[in-house]
Design a protein around this ligand. Sequence first.
Ligand code: HEC
Length: 153
Amino acid sequence: MKKNLIAVSAFIGIVGLNAAFAATEQMQHQSHHHDMSMMDMRTSLGLSAEMKQHQLSNMREHVEAVQSIIGLMSENKFEDASKIAHGKLGLTPEMQKMCSMFNNEKFMTLGLAFHKSGDDLGNALQTKDVAASLRALNKTMQYCVECHATFRQ
Ligand code: HEC
C-alpha cells in the first residue's frame, strides 16, 4: 500500500515536471514569436519629416479613391469611377514626380507599376464590365499590399 503510494506520487511528480517543462518551453516559444512580430523587417525609405507627411496624405487619398471607385461601381457610375481611377490612382505627372523623389529604385519601380495599374483600372471601368473592373482593382490593390509589406517610411 505504502509502496503504491510512493509509486503514484513519483508518477504525479514526473507528470508535473513534464508539464512544467512543456509550459516553459511554450512560453519561450511564444516570447520568441512575439519578438519576431514586434520587429519591423521592412526596408526604411529614410524620409524627412516633411516627406513623411506628404506621403501619408497621398496615401490617405489613395484609400479614399478606392472607396469612391467601389461606391460608384455599386451605383453603376462607371464613367465617374474611371475618372477617379485615372486622376487619383493613375500615372499623372504629379504622381510620376512624387514617385521619382524617393532614393530607392525598387520603390520607384513598384510605385510606377502601381500607377500604371491605376490607369488600367480606369480603362477597365470604361468598359462597364464589373468582373473586368474588379479584376483590375484587385491587381491595383495587390500593389498596395506588396509595397506596404516591403517598405516603411
Ligand atoms: C510603392 C509603395 C506603395 C504603394 C503602391 C502604396 N503605398 Fe500606401 N504606404 C506606403 C508607405 C511606405 C507607407 C508608410 C508605411 C509605414 O511607414 O509604416 C504607406 C502608408 C499608407 C497608409 C497610412 C496613411 C496614414 O495616414 O497613416 C494608407 C492608408 C495607405 N498607405 C494606403 C494605400 C493604398 C489604399 C494603396 C493602394 C491603392 C497604397 N497605399 C499603395 C507605400 C505604398
